[in-house]
Design a protein around this ligand. Sequence first.
Ligand SMILES: [Zn+2]
Length: 391
Amino acid sequence: MFPNVNLEGKARPCLPPFCPAPEIKRIATRNEKAPTVGVTRLSEPLKTRRDCSHPISAKVIVSPSRTKGKAHTVTCHNCQIKAKKFGKDRKGNQRYRCNKCSKTFQEYREKLLGNMYLSEKKALNILNWLVEGSSIRSLQRVTDVHKDTIQSLLHFAGQRCEDLMNRRMRKVLCHDLQFDEIWTFCFMKEKQKTRRNLHNDRIGDAYCFTAFERDTKLLLTWHLGRRTETDTVSFVEKVFDALDGTTNIIQITTDGFPPYPAAIAYALGTRSSYAQLVKIYQTPLAPEDQQRYSPSRIKEAIPTPLWGNPNPERICTSHVERQNLNIRTAMRRYTRLTITFSKKWENLRSALALYFAYYNFCRIHSSLRCTPAMAAGITDTIWDIKDLLRG
Ligand SMILES: [Zn+2]
């Protein structure tokens, strides 16, 4: 757990980069000349902070260190001995020569974008716009990059982000989790699919299950599937994989979706105190079609403890539902009543992976004043999209 975070929410955490702690310093990455000051991408909006006594500093942590403490040696792949520097090529890349076999070569570097020809700068720009709710075709018009290239980039970034989340979201200490599902559709709506008598699982309704930590605002894990028992179990198993193995009791709140109790009992069992918040809606007055995009008014929300000892004051799904609003705002394909819906399941999955990794590691949460991953103690720096791609 991050040392300054108060999980009870009694005091506002005072965290870097707003109040950089002395031990956290910016470390230059491999291609930079020296540790520089003044990359103050984040310092402008933070001047309005209210209850932090530390002075605002321009020394903002930008990216995690990748080269700290490593002695940089290049070996000849023929002779397996240390090679010496041998000038630079016309692009400024360092070349090396082996003293034994006289071969000259350049150091192998993994490319940020794999085999893609797209320039790094343009790619990062496009990804930044994608997580801010731009559509693929609008980005094609603005950046002059073809929509298929943007989709390839999204797919590439989505896979990297999914890997990252799978590696980093392990042994996370959680206390209060809220589960929910957010609806969208892929290619066509379920009604149309039934009418055409199609049986493809990758089209029709698509539900994204999310697990949200109430205190740290961390989106612990997610699962894209359909609203079935099998997908609910897969989702809760992912939650189990992400949690810390200690014996702390986790309070869990869900809506009244029937498969949850059995799935949670199966995967988390005695480690959970489980309650449902069952919402009873007023019967719609207008015909069903007019009510579809505006949920009926809630008549009553009944907290229903099912097992364990859930704190009655914390039986709540409001936080995860607020996160659903974030998803609908930040991803163009989740906007209702438009033609920007997903046409391919893989692209939907990639877009979700990119957004959730961005939300956890890059985006400053306004109530925490740091990223959710920092609040949860997973990392101590604010990442950018480049860091997500590097993993
Ligand atoms: Zn050699």
